[in-house]
Write a protein that binds this ligand. Sequence first.
Ligand code: MRU
Length: 355
Amino acid sequence: MKSNQPALQSVIWATDHLDLLDQRLLPEEVVYLPLQTAEDVWEAIRHLKVRGAPAIGIAAAYGVFLGSRHAGEGKEQWLQLVLQACEYLATSRPTAVNLFWALDRMKARAEQLADTSNDYALDACKQFLLDEAIAIQSEDEETCRMIGVHALTLFKDDMGVLTHCNAGGLATAKYGTALAPFYLAQEQGMKLRVFADETRPVLQGARLTAFELQQAGVDVTLICDNMAGMVMNKGWIDAVIVGTDRVAANGDVANKIGTYSVAVLAKAHHIPFYVACPLSTIDLNTPSGDLIPIEERNAEEITEGFGKRTAPHGVKVFNPAFDVTPHSYVTAIITEKGIVHPPFDVNLKKLFEQL
Ligand code: MRU
């Protein structure tokens, strides 16, 4: 990647602990927090120190290892600690299905290792479980690169592309999902003009997307969320691409609050609306978007975000972190295995059957 500085990695396994980039402090400060326990990881996920669906899953996988590594009384006790850590970490945030996907994978691996048909020593089991977390992270890098390869086939030189929130390298192991094609375009000398919504209330678009794209030398213009309609109306936007926290079996898409408004605007302006995600974000067990649990966060994110009071004390506040875009607004879903077109209920299922 052509870049002035190496891309920041959100999660780094450092021999015996996790170094986690505190994303709340970006872009002003680059601080890595040393996490030693499952509790540290839970807290980091809950308070958005690590955020973005795949990165949450990766951090949680390491959290399972951290929460079980001190087991000293045999494989039974170790497995119990693994299961407890999985259950506990699952309560950190509700919407991104990658969290539950990663925890299920760690749990399945631990059950396999602890099975009496295996005669692995306890220390070997612990190491193999750590290896699983490392595999989840390294596979995500290749997955995101392939999402970028497929997504790039939808774009042409000099197109204007709008994105919402941060579905970039910071939200994944590398490259991102929605931002992956921008990095690959950059590598290939193709010029795309990216418009990043600032993404109220906690500004992932301004603080993270604008930051990481600018660092990589991608042409990015930051706009307030309420400017998306205007830039579309001016003809500056040829496509929208966003990430997602969960895709239901019918193709409804949960993503950062404000995504639905962008999708409606895109349809009104006849602009394609693309969603980029790994297969681990597609939840065939949830039939439609109205069944996706939507996290509600503290009122203070809206009334005094970043330390300055901007609303009257005692005012009623509604602060959902995500919304659901009905599948009828989605032009295509781009995965590491290719591009899925409507009808999504049929084609998403087919995609998994072909694996
Ligand atoms: O609350 P956040 O910052 O975790 O929300 C993140 C998003 O909504 C992203 O778009 C989504 O997780 C996809 S990240 C590849």
